[in-house]
Design a protein. Sequence first.
Length: 430
Amino acid sequence: MIGNKEKNLQAFHVMAKPTGAQCNLECDYCFFLKKDQLYPDSDFRMSDETMEAYIRQTIEGHHVPEVTIAWQGGEPTLMGLDFFRRSVEMEKKYSKPGMRIENTLQTNGVLIDEEWCKFFHENNFLIGLSLDGPRHLHDVYRHDKGGKSVFDKVLRAARLMQKHDVEFNILCTVNAKNSQHPLDVYRFFRDELEARYIQFIPIVERDNETGNQEGTQITDRTVDPEQYGRFLIAIFDEWVRQDVGFMFVQFFDGVLASYVRGRSTLCILTPTCGEGVALEHNGDLYSCDHFVEPRCLLGNISQTSIPDLVSSDAQLTFGQAKSETLPKYCQECKFRFTCHGECPKNRVLTTPDGEPGLNWLCVGLKAFFEHVDRPMQIMADLLRRGQYADGIIKILAQEEGRSVPKEEKVGRNDPCPCGSGRKYKKCHGA
């Protein structure tokens, strides 16, 4: 049975955690810091043998031309640069003819310097940089182990990566504080940081001592559901009128994919899950990054290969549970096609008729989906006709009585016709 499933497995995604739960920060909402309880006697450093097994098995298990080798944490840069130099050599050793390997690394940025940036650039790493907005919002929950701000160090990392032409995106959590200032957050990333790719991750933090997805009590750092909807709507309204094709917001793109193709590109918005697994520093493989806990341990890659574990009955059951436990209230929702109950880790509420499994974010997500339905349909129609989605900027401007000059008449140093206030060369002419 496993063999049949493995034969059909074309690709999967592994988040490797070479330092486990070890980190040089102590962010208040980080559930993963508690995962050190799983390995009380560990040094939390991935061996070269485990690193080689991860890379070899991932490459061998893929039957598509592109493979992603992903590093996360904790804080992966604590392994030191030489570890990643050796990982790149392993990729070269096992790469198949015609295969393209992409490296990604999620970091808090504190240790990033010139040497790291040169390495990232030379080896085409895509970096995810964790930042929660401007200083007064970032510093609320993100700090070092002494409680001190690391904002300047993170900002320095961003500037260094820009200097060395390192491709990076922003991972911003949406929490109880910064969710109240959506445009401050968005404009900081767009205008001050000049970042172009943003991933918003809502904080839904269960109040327990294990960091596991258990219990239904939620901390006060958790984003309010209605405020989460307002946060997304405020940013969307600015984005859809001036930034489509210039700024890329992962959640918006993921929803748009549902309208264009009938299925999202984001795991949280797909009917089932299970194709993204988490690899601990010692080779233990778990069902998901958010479910690194004993009940979701699939096995160890020193004993069973990653493709076999991803194809296992246990993982298939885990993935199918997302749809099989979806409450009737969600099954009958008109936005099920683009939501599917969002991420199972956030399902802590009961539906109006008392059925368990309702997502904490439901009310905010429904408000957002309702608000963006028509513009999403317009962009999807543009894409189906072979046009660009940013055509919606002109459509909405005409509907709202705003004039948008023809782009071909705009000079590179002229104000951009989208109304952003930036020069054309720095905006839609980029």
